[in-house]
Design a protein around this ligand. Structure first.
Ligand code: PLP
Length: 227
């Protein structure tokens, strides 16, 4: 059965509006839909662009460059979010390609990003990624270190930190992680919350998500890693 990207986008947008209406009241603008295009075939990307989607999330710099580098000229209103772990030696490429960096998670990376943004004259909005479940295999700053790290990014590196991002543990109820992220953002005067994926974006919105990262609910199943 052919996947209708346009239909999926319509459904997801409607769910976002319904969830945010319930959470925020009608006078607020709906959360941003970041369409996660990693490991998706080109025809699906094209279909989403034809349907008007312009905000995309990618988790690898190399793959994102291949997918989006040539499309920049064609769509000058594209907004690309980096949502996957970033090695410091890729910071330059990431700053050149992306519009929003959601994965600032350690001092060395913050420093490299600041230096690259200065060098390239591109001061990008950034999120700090928080490892809310303190999972050893997962990227992100630990909850106990968030306040200090936010201050460091702002004061020492002059990064434009606009919010926090998290990926809750797969085997846990996400609500407590969303609530924790919201509380950490509130006490640090951060406005933006990037949380919620295909399986839980409506719940994330109920907890105040200002942007959701949705892949498979729009594009269908992804190719295997490395393909
Ligand atoms: C892949 C990915 C998503 C999208 O996941 P889906 O379940 O397909 O919506 C969201 N956020 C991050 C950080 C990802 O790596």
């Amino acid at each position: 059965m052919a996947i209708s990207i346009q239909e999926n986008l319509t459904i997801v947008h409607a769910s976002i509006e319904a969830a945010s209406g319930a959470a925020l009241g009608d006078d607020n603008t709906a959360p941003t839909l970041v369409a996660v295009s990693k490991r998706q075939p080109d025809d699906r990307i094209e279909a989403s662009l034809a349907a008007g989607q312009r905000v995309f999330g990618e988790n690898r710099v190399q793959e994102a460059t291949e997918r989006w580098g040539h499309r920049r000229a064609q769509y000058d209103d594209l907004i690309l979010h980096l949502i996957g772990p970033l090695q410091t030696n890729k910071a330059g490429e990431a700053v050149a390609l992306f519009d929003v960096i959601e994965v600032v998670d350690r001092p060395k990376l913050a420093k490299m990003l600041a230096a690259e943004m200065e060098k390239q004259g591109r001061r990008l909005p950034c999120y700090i990624q928080v490892n809310t479940g303190a999972e050893p295999q997962k990227a992100g700053i630990l909850p106990a270190d968030v306040d200090g790290f936010v201050a460091m990014c702002r004061d020492d590196y002059q990064l434009d930190i606009i919010g926090l991002m998290c990926i809750p543990p797969v085997d846990e109820e996400p609500a407590m992680h969303f609530a924790l992220l919201r509380e950490m953002a509130r006490r640090n005067n951060l406005e933006k919350l990037s949380m919620g994926m295909s399986g839980d974006y409506e719940e994330a919105i109920a907890f105040g998500a200002t942007s959701v990262r949705v892949g498979s609910a729009i594009f269908g199943a992804r190719n295997e890693p490395g393909k």
